[in-house]
Write a protein that binds this ligand. Structure first.
Ligand code: SAM
Length: 220
């Protein structure tokens, strides 16, 4: 089925997503540096962009920058006085993302922070920064439950939280699977469901990135 999913995604890219030199450059640089192809797909990038514009989000928080591909999608979706704060633990990823963002000219709208996301989030909480309107959780999945607890302290009523890669080829519901990534997303979803201040849903997806899915949460 993967070939069919890929073929259909390529059709969707061709008809729905305009070529964008900044995004293409970020992808090209990422592949040239042999970074894992873990960035969102083009249609997923557009989904983030539409959600940010629909929610009129100005302050965006991203966990997991990689080469800055999704960061650029989101930076292009916010107004001039908005900001995307993106957290990345690996120095080589942080450095390439910084270069890629500089190439777009959007550096005034992007704040990249290098270091483990949990520490960076705690620093943002301690600094009492303004809460974020849109949060994209896309870093190491075992820490998703911790990220949720920290991100909720950086949220306000109306914040939208997008959690990527939560279906994990259908292993989410397999209680026998002790992979820390699967266990992380399972706990994350259980935590979302048990928090009365949150409305959450999840959508399973297939496409060029395989079989996966995402959660979408509204902070009440
Ligand atoms: N959001 C990116 C995109 O769509 O273009 C893809 C992010 S990729 C799925 C996950 C990223 O999280 C990797 O770059 C990885 O180095 C980073 N990461 C892993 N563990 C992390 C941690 N503890 N803190 C911050 N970033 C981490």
């Amino acid at each position: 089925m993967q070939a069919k999913w890929t073929e259909n995604d390529l059709f969707l890219f061709q008809h729905l997503i305009q070529e964008d030199a900044d995004l293409e450059n970020a992808l090209e640089q990422s592949h040239k540096n042999q970074f894992p192809e873990h960035e969102v797909s083009k249609t997923q990038g557009m989904l983030l962009s539409i959600l940010i514009r629909m929610s009129k989000s100005k302050r965006v928080l991203e966990l997991g920058t990689l080469a800055g591909y999704s960061t650029i999608w989101m930076a292009k979706a916010i107004p001039d006085d908005g900001v995307v704060v993106s957290l990345e633990s690996e120095l080589d990823k942080y450095e390439l993302a910084s270069k890629n963002i500089l190439c777009t000219g959007l550096q005034d709208r992007v704040d990249l922070i290098c270091g483990p996301a949990a520490q960076s989030l705690q620093k943002l909480i301690d600094a009492e920064v303004e809460p974020f309107d849109f949060i994209f959780i896309d870093a190491d999945k075992p820490n998703n439950p911790l990220y949720l607890r920290l991100c909720l302290q950086l949220s306000h009523s109306g914040t939208v939280i997008f959690g990527d890669n939560v279906i994990r080829e259908g292993e989410l519901c397999n209680a026998e699977n002790k992979d820390p990534k699967v266990m992380g997303v399972r706990q994350y979803i259980q935590d979302l469901g048990s928090c009365e201040h949150l409305d959450s849903t999840a959508i399973q997806t297939v496409g060029i990135k395989g079989y996966d899915g995402f959660t979408l949460t509204f902070v009440k």
